[in-house]
Write a protein that binds this ligand. Structure first.
Ligand code: ADP
Length: 240
């Protein structure tokens, strides 16, 4: 079996604001394997966004380690972290974050072109990625010609184009009605089932149901988690 796509070990993040220090994460350990979607829930200010930022190399832990596909982020210089982010990690945000004057296909192709792919091969990979989220026919539309749910599916295609295997989603359904949210989560689930790994921050317990397990964050700590469901034998106390 291949190792986890994401592994956090004893991660701590303390923010220093003048005299006051805030422990946003306190000893968080978490592994996410290929094919696995982990939902993160918790009250506002509990550390969910910090968790995603640290997992994605956008923020640096004050202690502990973050590993993406076996690479320790702490051992890399900032340029190498930026490259790893670009090549291996996709983000999905509540407000889609598409470039408004690029078409859907151009948005999805962008990370590949930034990584040095030719325009043509980037375009064909982008169209294939759009096909996987059910939007091949919308490839040449601009974001403002797409519904919110379609824009979010473009963002999922962009997050996972070109063999990237880690998607970090921060309230991706926050701006969508419940029917559209379910359509978006189905697409995310399908991409994860195809071999990616995902972390989904959500306020909605019913959406967390799309994940394999849910972790709860309070005051920077993981306080509870549903059991991993990968191996039912473990629940029966048998070894595998
Ligand atoms: P959540 O996403 O669950 O709402 P956050 O990760 O945004 O929580 O924040 C966790 C804690 O860290 C909060 O107390 C917040 O005020 C604090 N925090 C987050 N970012 C910063 C920062 N850049 N500087 C200082 N404190 C921060």
């Amino acid at each position: 079996m291949s190792g986890p796509v994401l592994r956090l070990t004893d991660v701590e993040r303390v923010y220093q604001a003048g005299e006051v220090s805030v422990r946003a994460l306190a000893g968080v350990s978490l592994s996410v394997r290929p094919g696995e979607l982990v939902a993160v829930m918790g009250p506002s200010g509990s550390g969910k966004s910090t968790l995603l930022a640290v997992a994605g190399g956008l923020d640096t832990p004050t202690a502990g380690s973050v590993e993406v596909e076996g690479v320790q982020l702490g051992g890399l210089d900032p340029t190498a972290v930026a490259h790893l982010r670009r090549d291996r990690i996709g983000y999905v945000f509540q407000d889609y974050n598409l470039v408004t004057d690029l078409t859907a296909a151009e948005n999805v192709a962008l990370p590949l072109e930034l990584a040095g792919a030719g325009v043509r091969s980037a375009r064909s990979a982008a169209v294939a990625a759009l096909d996987e989220v059910g939007l091949a026919a919308e490839a040449d539309r601009f974001p403002d010609q797409l519904s919110g749910g379609q824009q979010q599916r473009v963002a999922i295609a962009r997050a996972l184009v070109g063999g990237r295997r880690l998607v970090l989603a921060d309230e991706p359904t926050g701006a969508l009605d419940s029917q559209t949210s379910i359509a978006v989560l189905k697409v995310l689930r399908a991409r994860i089932d195809a071999g990616a790994a995902g972390v989904l921050v959500t306020h909605e317990a019913r959406y967390a149901g799309w994940a394999d397990r849910t972790i709860f964050v309070r005051d920077g700590r993981l306080v509870d988690a549903t059991p991993e469901r990968d191996d039912p034998r473990r629940l029966l106390g048998e070894s595998s």
